[in-house]
Design a protein around this ligand. Sequence first.
Ligand code: C5P
Length: 323
Amino acid sequence: MKEGSRVRGYKGSKITVRTPAKINLTLQIFHKRPDGYHELETVMQSVDLLDRVGIRERKTGGRGQGRKENTISVKCFPKRFNVPENENNLCYKATELFLREAKLNGKHIEITLYKKIPPGSGLGGGSGNAAGCLKALKRLFPGNVSNKRLALLAGEIGSDVPFFLHGGLAVCKGRGERVIPQRAFVDFFAVLAVPGFSLSTKKVYENLPSLKTQKNTVKSSGRYSARLLQALRNGNFNALNDVLKNDLGKSRLDAMMVIQSIKDALVNAGAEGSAMSGSGSCVYGIFSSRDGAKRALKVLQYSLKSCTLFFTRSIPDGVRITS
Ligand code: C5P
């Protein structure tokens, strides 16, 4: 059966969305807010490590058939990733929110995730999947939810979800949900090193040393994002290691020592800059040339045996419907 073709028992065709990973080129934390979140500024870039999300509406035979409530099923492959297939999956949350916003009842939505992005690695896999669901649902039920509302729903699901509706290079503010896309496309290669453990975002934040800085006391010249964007605009990859900064690396978790050793290995292998992505555990190395990245990959296969390595390239967009 060809993907996208009409199947008995299904309304319309299956929509497939490609959802990329992101890396945080900078992440600066200002202060803890009364709502418990941290006020931050981060520069994110999407890369071509891609998950695939399939969505379709079931016509008959679904659980809850004939009743008014919506039913949502999530299946995730490969099973070894242990991604929840229940209401804890961000795709479930995204679908539930979308159907409520669109005032749709009695719908049976089936979601299938084909994952390559390791969960709990700071690469935003789950957030991208959720953004992909929103985009697919908007295609499936056009006219019900505006783009503006879709972006607000994305922010309700998680701080990183709105970024994936844009992708490319973007500065994100607030708790991460306010996205300012950057027009220039910066083409580079990134080797991602994912150690054999994942990190809980909540725990990484909880173990930060006390924060005194208020956002309005940080001048533009003190912003990590300003310095990073300047280096990228000038094509100054030599300066990259000094401007890739992530405050979450200051978290007092033992794992941060392992993260530091992976960063060192990436720089020793020739990366022009290296940093942890988001709340980890992934550490990436940036390369201006494909050859440099490929050479490093060969070395790292021996020096970082405990990590899964991915060869990636920056891409100019976020979630995209492919069929
Ligand atoms: O928004 P998201 O659900 O991805 O955040 C996961 C957790 O990370 C939050 O519950 C919070 O503990 C922490 N977080 C934070 N400040 C942010 C983003 C996330 O404290 N700006």
